[in-house]
Design a protein around this ligand. Structure first.
Ligand code: NAD
Length: 280
């Protein structure tokens, strides 16, 4: 038996189309959503992400402004820019592309973004609201994962959900969202013992670690939904996730590919948050 492939590319494209209609209607009412993307330095992966975000804005009709700053930008200069964007009326969402160069303090920069323009939902106020289940914005990658689970036709309620990875931007908020939908949630991390046994319990398995082939078919419960968040570049330049797709696809009930799974959903959710910020 081979798993159903959850087509993140198609699902994300449908979401962007529906956002485009929404933005067309907003424009008739004089609301023009705007996103500012701040990029510091020359990280090639960050450049690719920023370009994809700009392209999605163009497609949907969101006004986007790019602030590409040199590697040697100081903390004060960056904070000044963020504060300017907080005040800028035609900008509803601010995204500072992470990681920042090592000499900059990421936490201080995130804290400086106005929570109402924090479309990544990384500000402590927005993180706190997610814990309480009363949020304005959901962090883009976890929100994208939840959409993919929904699209797989699976209800989270009562299911054994295992999240591998406990980062502040993926694993932890995702665990909260699964819990809010009444899943029974286990979070695994680098110190977890018996990862295989824990993963094998999962009806819904989400992996966000950053290690190619960490999860193999023998670690998956037959029929489980497997969502692979990982992005790893192999020596031969091939892009793969954290799940060994070839062995997993034989066991899982549904699985996301890499690329074409979670990645496009993250950008679609960023667009959704920007539209929401403009509406508010
Ligand atoms: P991170 O490095 O902040 O966290 C990795 C987590 O994995 C940690 O919590 C750690 O405890 C855990 N871990 C490490 N080794 C482990 C092991 N052997 N067994 C179990 N857990 C282990 O990473 P992150 O920012 O959450 O990103 C994770 C992956 O997801 C990366 O590959 C990243 O590129 C990718 N990512 C993809 C998207 C997307 O849009 N598709 C978005 C964000 C991150």
């Amino acid at each position: 038996m081979s798993a159903k492939i959850i087509d993140g590319k198609k699902i994300a494209s449908d979401i962007r189309n529906s956002l485009k209609n929404q933005v067309d209607n907003m424009k008739k009412e004089g609301i023009f959503p705007g996103l500012a993307v701040v990029l510091v330095g020359n990280d090639p992966a960050s450049r690719i992400y920023v370009n994809s975000k700009k392209k999605a804005c163009e497609e949907i009709g969101i006004h986007s402004e790019e602030y590409a700053l040199p590697e040697e930008t100081t903390q004060d200069e960056l904070l000044k820019l963020v504060r300017m964007l907080n005040e800028k009326e035609d900008i509803h969402g601010i995204l500072v592309q992470l990681p920042l160069p090592k000499h900059l303090n990421e936490e201080e920069v995130i804290n400086a973004i106005s929570p109402s323009k924090d479309v990544d939902a990384f500000h402590p106020i927005n993180v706190g609201k997610i814990m309480l289940g009363k949020y304005d914005f959901l962090p883009c990658t976890p929100a994208g994962v939840m959409e993919l689970i929904k699209e797989a036709g699976v209800s989270v309620e009562g299911k054994e959900c295992v999240v591998v990875g406990r980062s502040n931007i993926v694993g932890k908020p995702l665990a909260m969202l699964l819990l809010q939908q009444n899943g029974t949630v286990t979070i695994c991390h680098s110190k977890t013992k018996n990862l295989k046994e824990v993963c094998r319990r999962a009806d819904i398995l989400v992996v966000a670690v950053g290690k190619a082939k960490l999860i193999t078919g023998d670690m998956i419960k037959p029929g489980a939904v497997v969502i692979d968040v990982g992005i790893n570049r192999l020596e031969n330049k091939k892009l793969v996730g954290d799940v060994d797709f070839d062995s997993a696809v034989e066991v899982a009930g549904a699985i996301t590919p890499v690329p074409g799974g979670v990645g496009p959903m993250t950008i679609a959710m960023l667009m959704k948050n920007t539209v929401k910020a403009a509406q508010r």
